[in-house]
Design a binder for this molecule. Structure first.
Ligand code: PRE
Length: 294
């Protein structure tokens, strides 16, 4: 039977594009969900085998809703990673396409997409109010539903095509080399892909027993002296009090598993709580290429 993969929908989101690139179409059935929590909950509840959500963008940084939902609300494994190129487009209703720049009254999009275009919007659409949607494709749908309004959605070219919108401008993000890191989550690891991964990683969630001078340094030393390369560290509040954090630590897995187990044991011996979020293959789609990657 085909596996089901949940993604942040509706059709035409960046997550949808990334999911299609990650999972070969004939192997799986894709199911769009209206929000990131809905995707993660669907996997946690066993309604879907896997789910794909954004976790970090090159311009705006962490997608904190994904991180917090992973920590506090669900018990799922990270089973894969995909870095995917992001080209933000301005999408307008075809009946409104002839307007001048100063006439647009509203910009609708996902907060991450708006944040990636902050400088552009200040310069080119300063009078437009900003309205947030659960995804860029949902924003496109809202713009399509109001042919009488001078509204602009920020999203994918694919959403423009799917919802019959006019692409006013492409690549409006404030900086080049815009990529988003997506993760695939599940209750079980993915079957092997067709392609050799670009990298393997392990993600850990480390919580210090208390705050004392050098506490984080000691944790990081456990990796450093074993020559284990950390490729990301991100803190999120535990939500138990100001100044109390969980640390997401990504370790490059170009190593002997014994070394990794040793590092985790050392950190646990320091009194830290260590949650293993997953060991997984990582893939990257370069700009311009949108092909299947696994
Ligand atoms: O709204 C979408 O299209 C999404 O897939 C979400 C999302 C995100 O949350 O980062 C994904 C990629 C882009 O960075 C902008 C938005």
């Amino acid at each position: 039977m085909k596996k089901t993969v949940a993604y942040l929908g509706p059709a035409g989101t960046f997550t949808h594009e990334a999911t299609r690139a990650f999972f070969p179409a004939d192997d799986v059935k894709l199911a769009g969900y209206p929000s990131i929590p809905d995707v993660l909950d669907a996997v946690d509840a066993g309604q879907c085998d896997y789910g794909v959500v954004p976790v970090e963008n090159a311009i705006e940084g962490s997608v904190v809703l994904t991180l917090d939902w992973l920590i506090h609300q669900v018990d799922v494994l990270i089973v894969g990673e995909l870095v995917y190129p992001i080209a933000q487009c301005l999408l307008v209703h075809p009946l409104q396409a002839e307007r001048n720049a100063g006439e647009w009254t509203r910009v609708v999009s996902h907060p991450q997409a708006v944040a990636q275009c902050r400088l552009y919007l200040r310069k080119h659409l300063p009078g437009a109010e900003v309205s947030f949607a659960e995804s860029t494709a949902e924003a496109a749908r809202q713009v399509k539903s109001r042919p009488d309004k001078a509204w602009v959605a920020i999203g994918t070219r694919t959403a423009g095509e799917l919802y019959g919108l006019h692409v006013l401008e492409e690549d409006v993000q404030d900086h080049p080399n815009n990529f988003t890191r997506f993760i695939a989550v599940g209750k079980k690891p993915l079957p092997d892909g067709h392609r050799e991964p670009d990298l393997h990683k392990t993600s850990l969630l480390v919580t210090l027993p208390s705050d004392y001078p050098g506490a984080l340094h000691q944790v990081l030393s456990a990796f450093a002296w074993r020559q284990l390369n950390l490729c990301r560290i991100e803190s999120r509040p535990t939500k138990k009090g100001l100044g109390s954090y969980h640390f997401f630590i990504d370790v490059e897995k170009d190593w002997d598993p014994v070394l990794m187990a040793g590092a985790v044991a050392e950190i646990e011996a320091l009194g830290c709580h260590v949650r293993r979020l997953g060991s997984f293959p990582c893939y990257r789609v370069s700009q311009g290429a949108k092909s299947i990657v696994r």
